[in-house]
Design a protein around this ligand. Structure first.
Ligand code: GLV
Ligand code: MN
Ligand code: MN
Length: 403
């Protein structure tokens, strides 16, 4: 099995990788995305699984009859953030195939259908909204809202889907597909150091923090950088800069996190005061009330500063995911299968498992990440821990699907 893991890892590694940064640029409906989808199909076919792509572009590889229902599903996503790491998403997909190889080597016989899934557009790197594939399938994103999504070049989501050879007319909720699933288990690299600190290679998820993305549009007045007196300026960059500082302060006060990780400037000239600064806030907290407090305080600070600078501010919430508490029964069952003493941890990262948990019993396994770094080319999990993750996933799938 560790050989099959190794071979899959090596074949997936070059796809969508930037030689310049060493990071991945696997964005929805691009050539790199198509390469990853082809890779998934080839892995599934090599294992004699039936591959289908659903109406929302998620790929499924089936062992057994999907119509039989009560399926055990595992998998994750293959897309990435800009210059993302190799593990966030792919580790769950590669481990799913490797766990199936392990179960076949054990001679396991399946009493429930098994599926391996690759959810489309989990990171939302291109269109700004995370978990588009699972949100559409579960009805948490409507077709109308999906049609409004645009990338940085103004290409809409349906245009991008069509250009990639998919039918955007078909997108929408897929309750029949969800009704076939008895349990979904997503394995994921840990995006923190809890397992490193506890000395465990594998953990189980308890909950996902509520999180959201807000777009702040600061509109000022373009003017000459050399000739405009400081007192005459309406500079949205200043307002933006103060807002970034306020976000840090408010998050620290509340024990939350708040990040401006993406910014667009118009006209983006070195010798011009900008007319527009658009910054995206990502904020997350352990509970809803804290998150509300933090975001309200950041917006208040931004408005106060905007008034001072003579700048207009519009704030739009682009996405929101409420707190997810994974189903206790499935979580306890998995812990029992794994021997009863696997650490249970919460996370501030979003996942398709969090979206699906509103519709089907869902659980997550985490694999140790010694540095905790994620969403970066430095993201890493040692091969021993990856193999431990595959064996744990195989045990879980065997316990759920084979007994
Ligand atoms: C996805 O990885 C997210 O947490 O934003
Ligand atoms: Mn991610
Ligand atoms: Mn992920």
């Amino acid at each position: 099995m560790s050989q099959s893991f190794h071979a899959m890892w090596a074949s997936l590694r070059p796809l969508g990788r930037s030689d310049a940064s060493g990071g991945y640029r696997r964005y929805a409906w691009t050539g790199a995305d198509a390469d990853c989808r082809l890779w998934f199909r080839m892995q599934a076919e090599a294992r004699r699984l039936d591959v289908e792509t659903d109406r929302n572009g998620n790929q499924w590889a089936w062992l057994g009859d999907p119509a039989a229902g009560d399926a055990v599903v595992t998998g994750s996503h293959l897309d990435s953030v800009p210059d993302g790491g190799a593990f966030d998403g792919p580790l769950g997909v590669v481990s799913a195939f490797a766990a199936l190889d392990e179960l076949r080597a054990r001679g396991a016989s399946f009493k429930r259908p098994l599926a391996i899934v690759n959810f489309g557009d989990e990171e939302g790197a291109r269109f700004g909204l995370a978990c588009v594939g699972s949100r559409l399938t579960s009805g948490q994103l409507t077709k109308e809202k999906a049609y409004e999504l645009r990338d940085a070049d103004g290409i809409s989501l349906p245009q991008a889907m069509e250009a990639a050879g998919y039918d955007p007319d078909a997108i929408g909720p897929d309750p029949e597909r969800l009704a076939r699933i008895g349990a979904f288990v997503e394995l994921h690299v840990e995006q923190g150091r809890a397992l490193d600190l506890s000395g465990d290679s594998v953990g189980i998820a308890s909950a996902i923090w509520p999180h959201g993305r807000w777009r702040f549009d600061f509109r000022g007045e373009a003017n000459h950088a050399g000739t405009t007196r400081l007192v005459d300026r309406h500079d949205p960059m200043l307002t933006y800069a103060e807002t970034v500082l306020a976000a840090r302060t408010e998050a620290a006060l509340a024990g939350a996190v708040a990040t401006f990780g993406k910014v667009a400037v118009e006209p983006n000239g070195v010798n011009a005061i900008p007319s527009l600064v658009r910054g995206w806030l990502d904020s997350r907290a352990a509970d809803q009330a804290t998150l509300d407090t933090v975001v309200t305080a950041i917006e208040k600070a931004a408005r106060e500063r905007a008034d001072k600078d003579g700048v207009d501010l519009a704030v739009v919430r682009e996405s929101f995911t409420p707190v997810v508490e994974f189903e206790h029964a499935l979580r306890d069952e998995i812990n029992r299968i794994l021997g009863g003493s696997v650490p249970v941890l919460g996370t501030g990262a979003g996942h398709d498992a969090g979206i699906l948990s509103a519709s089907v019993p869902t659980a997550m396994l985490f694999v140790r990440n010694p540095t905790g770094v994620s969403h970066s080319p430095l993201e890493f999990a040692p091969e021993d821990d990856c193999v431990a993750g595959v064996l744990a996933l195989a045990d879980v799938l065997e316990g759920l699907a084979c007994h």
